[in-house]
Design a binder for this molecule. Structure first.
Ligand SMILES: N[C@@H](CCC(=O)N[C@@H](CS)C(=O)NCC(=O)O)C(=O)O
Length: 346
C-alpha cells in the first residue's frame, strides 16, 4: 500500500521529465566558472612555487610540469589554445583559500585528495594525476637504511601539508622522538636542510627527487625506502559548480582514455578517420559528449593535439627520460599493471 502511494506520488515527476531534461541541459550550459574563464580569456590555475616535474618555472619564466600541462589541457579543451592559462604560484598554506576566494579556477598543485579537504575545506577533487607517497631525504653520510632509524632527528617539513600530519602519525605510531623544523615554502625547507639546520627533509617522494637535484651534491643524499602515506595528487575545484567539476574531471580522464586507446599527439590524425566506435566517441565524430560538458565536439582532439595524452605528459615531465627520472610504477594504466583507470567515454 505504502509502496503504491509512493509510486503515485512520483507520477507527477514523470510528467515533467521533459522539463526536467531542459532544466538539466540548461544547468550544463550555465557554468559560472566556464563563463568567467571564457570572459577572461584564460584559465586561472593555482600551481606550486616550484616542484620539478609538477609545476616549476625555468629561468626564462616558462612553466613546466605535469600539473602545468593539466592546466594547459584544460585551456586547449576550452580555447583550442594551450597557452591561455594564467599560472598563480601558491604556497601550501595559501592554496585552498585562493580557490575559495576565486583567485583561481582550478588548483593543480601536487595536492593530496583527503576526506577532510572535501568535507571540512569545501573542495572537490576531480581525479588523480599522480599517485604519490611521503618519503624522507637524508644525507648519505648518515648511513641510514630505514626511516625507522630516524628517532631523535630534526625534520624539515613544509606547513599546511599532509606531510606534517603524516610525520606526526608515523613517529607516534613507531614510538620515535623527533623535532620539526617548519618552513612556509619548499625553498626554505630545502635551504634549512642544505645548511644543516635539520638532518632530514620530508615530503612527497616525487618532490624529494626534485629537491635532491637542487642540492649541491645530489649523489650525497638518499631517499629512504619507506613510503609512509598515500598521497593521491590531483586537481581540485570549488563545490559550487558541477559543470566545471565535470570539465576538470573529464579532461583528466580523457588524457588517460586516450593513452589507453593508443591516441597520442602523433596518432591523432589516424584516430580521426578510425571507424572504431570507442575512438569515434573519443574524437567526437560520434556522440556529443563535448557539447554536454559545455565544450565543443572536438574537445579531446584539442587536448591531445596541443598537450598530448597522459603518457606523453608523464614522460616529458616525470618519466625516466626526464630530469626527474621516476619510472611509471603504480602510475601505469590498469592495463599495464598500474592503478590509473579512467571511466569510459560513452
Ligand atoms: N601533497 C601534499 C604536500 C603538498 C606540498 O605543498 N608539498 C610541498 C613539498 S613536498 C610543496 O610542494 N612545496 C612547494 C611550494 O610550496 O610551492 C599536500 O597536498 O599537502
Amino acid at each position: 500500500m505504502r509502496r503504491f502511494a509512493a509510486c503515485v506520488a512520483l507520477r507527477p515527476l514523470a510528467c515533467v521529465s521533459a522539463l526536467g531534461c531542459m532544466l538539466f541541459a540548461g544547468a550544463a550550459a550555465s557554468s559560472q566558472t566556464l563563463k568567467a574563464v571564457k570572459d577572461r580569456g584564460a584559465v586561472a590555475c593555482g600551481v606550486s612555487q616550484g616542484v620539478i616535474g609538477f609545476s616549476a618555472q625555468s629561468e626564462d619564466k616558462i612553466w613546466s610540469g605535469i600539473d602545468v600541462d593539466f592546466c594547459r589541457a584544460l585551456a586547449a579543451a576550452i580555447f583550442d589554445d594551450a597557452s591561455k592559462v594564467t599560472f598563480v604560484p601558491l604556497s601550501a598554506d595559501e592554496r585552498f583559500q585562493a580557490l575559495q576566494a576565486k583567485t583561481i579556477d582550478v588548483l593543480s598543485r601536487n595536492s593530496t585528495w583527503t576526506m577532510g579537504r572535501e568535507t571540512e575545506q569545501g573542495l572537490l577533487f576531480a581525479g588523480v594525476n599522480f599517485y604519490d607517497g611521503q618519503g624522507f631525504l637524508v644525507g648519505h653520510a648518515r648511513n641510514l637504511t630505514s626511516a625507522l632509524e630516524l628517532t631523535g632527528s630534526k625534520v624539515c617539513v613544509q606547513s599546511g601539508t599532509t606531510t606534517e600530519l603524516n610525520l606526526r602519525d608515523y613517529f607516534a605510531a613507531n614510538g620515535m622522538r623527533y623535532e620539526t623544523v617548519p618552513a612556509g615554502t619548499l625553498r626554505e625547507a630545502l635551504a634549512a636542510y642544505v645548511e644543516g639546520r635539520c638532518d632530514v627533509l620530508t615530503g612527497d617522494a616525487s618532490a624529494l627527487h626534485g629537491e635532491r637535484l637542487k642540492t649541491p651534491q645530489p649523489a650525497e643524499h638518499d631517499i629512504l625506502p619507506e613510503i609512509i602515506s598515500k598521497e593521491p595528487l590531483g586537481p581540485a575545484v570549488r563545490q559550487d559548480d558541477v559543470q566545471w567539476f565535470n570539465i576538470v574531471k573529464w579532461v583528466n580522464f580523457a588524457m588517460l582514455d586516450a593513452e589507453e586507446l593508443g591516441v597520442s599527439s602523433e596518432t591523432i590524425d589516424v584516430a580521426l578517420v578510425s571507424t572504431n566506435p570507442e575512438l569515434k566517441r573519443l574524437v567526437g565524430s560520434e556522440g556529443n559528449f563535448g557539447e554536454q560538458l559545455g565544450l565543443t565536439g572536438d574537445w579531446v582532439v584539442r587536448i591531445i593535439r596541443r598537450v598530448g595524452n597522459y603518457a606523453e605528459v608523464y614522460d616529458r615531465n616525470i618519466g625516466v627520460k626526464s630530469k626527474l627520472g621516476i619510472p611509471r610504477g603504480i602510475n601505469q594504466l590498469w592495463i599495464s599493471g598500474g592503478i590509473l583507470y579512467a571511466p569510459p567515454i560513452r
